[in-house]
Design a protein around this ligand. Sequence first.
Ligand SMILES: Cc1cc2nc3c(=O)[nH]c(=O)nc-3n(C[C@H](O)[C@H](O)[C@H](O)COP(=O)(O)OP(=O)(O)OC[C@H]3O[C@@H](n4cnc5c(N)ncnc54)[C@H](O)[C@@H]3O)c2cc1C
Length: 439
Amino acid sequence: MKQIKIIGAGLAGCEAALQFADNNWQVELYEMRPEKQTEAHQTANFAEVVCSNSLKSKLITTASGLLKAEMKLLGCKLLPIAEECSVPAGNALAVDRDVFAEKITAIIQDHPNINTHREEVTILNDELTIVATGPLTSKELTGALIEIIGEEHLYFFDAIAPIITAESIDEDIIYRKTRYDKGEADYLNCPFSKDEYYAFVDALNKAEKHEAHEFESKFFENINFNFYENCTPIEELARRGKDTLRYGVMKPVGLDDPRTGRWPYAVIQLRAENNDKTSYNLVGCQTMLKYGEQKKIFRLIPGMQKAEFVRFGSIHRNTYLNGPHILNDNLSLKNKLNVFIAGQLAGVEGYVESILAGLLVAKLLVEDIGKIDELLPNTTISGQLWKHMMTEQKNFQPMNANFGLLPPLEERIRDKKLRKQKYSERAIKDLRSSSIIKK
Ligand SMILES: Cc1cc2nc3c(=O)[nH]c(=O)nc-3n(C[C@H](O)[C@H](O)[C@H](O)COP(=O)(O)OP(=O)(O)OC[C@H]3O[C@@H](n4cnc5c(N)ncnc54)[C@H](O)[C@@H]3O)c2cc1C
């Protein structure tokens, strides 16, 4: 019987474990929880979803829905369980997170071909191994990976924006408008005069930052603020130049202020956090400033003098590898061929995408496929996500399912809905007739 060691019983690790075990491989599955928790997980269950309970849309005409349909054709194990544990959420597949995780934990623990080990793995030896330890990979294992790949190929941080209550907003100043009046006016706009804008930038430049943990601060220095570009903290953008913000996240174009009839000098937009619009997210204001500083500085925003914060901005770890530089085209490490990477660590983003990465690595090994991208059509989301993890690109970042990944259709279709439908029809047809399904 062939054997595999899987490190991490999260979404990718559980999917991979079931794929191997159902194909008669002996699986040794290692999970460090509950002995050692991550910053986000709260239970001892396998496959715990850490934040939202939504696995996004079920509609085949959305990229996420198409990805799910493709994964079902590929024989995904976790998605049917998610469906069994679903809760009403319109067109989205949302799960009761406890029921979902408990069910998967039970299936894995009862599987005759899976041995589970509740312990942290800190070294990578010469066994055939899949590392599926996710964005919150433990510090020791991160160190072991760095020794193999070099620290310049490991990325770490992500920042989130503050949220404020709707009732604390001054509606005499802040106005609802969409840029150039296109589409629904979903955003609230905080208009800055020239003086207000430069005072805000100045305050950001002088503010004190949150102190990173000792281990993390080492990498702050070394990797030189390697954030996802669209999550760069606002104070880091302000540091790049006094006008960087007003030409970027704070650009005022097309947002005429009803009080003056003109575009303000700069604008911060607020986006509703919930359908009832009781709280708002400060768009583009992800930050790692100290909480006291955030309160002071964000209250300089016109209309937010009395802002009440529901959540402060913060920085959290989001570890992933620079796949195109360090991975072979079968997701094994170039410097350690017995070690394969799966899940978010390999360069995909999102629950379903992480499951996909676990599914494909397992399929590749179980079915002894040399190169998966030669079997998965490039018209599929799964084929493109697989390719993404290994394709050389400037500023490599984890990718989620989206139609922008797919090659254009042969015929040009203007109608957006119809175009998406055609993308989906093409992907499913190509996948059905591909050799990966026939195998
Ligand atoms: C804070 C946060 C919120 C997120 N919210 C969402 C969201 O709402 N929606 C979404 O689609 N995506 C979200 N993501 C992104 C991502 O899709 C999920 O984190 C997803 O769970 C990743 O799947 P994974 O299998 O790669 O890792 P995980 O599901 O995190 O699984 C990794 C497992 O490995 C274990 N582990 C770590 N180190 C070791 C070790 N050394 N030895 C043994 N076990 C170890 C961990 O305990 C964990 O159980 C979020 C990510 C983060 C960090």
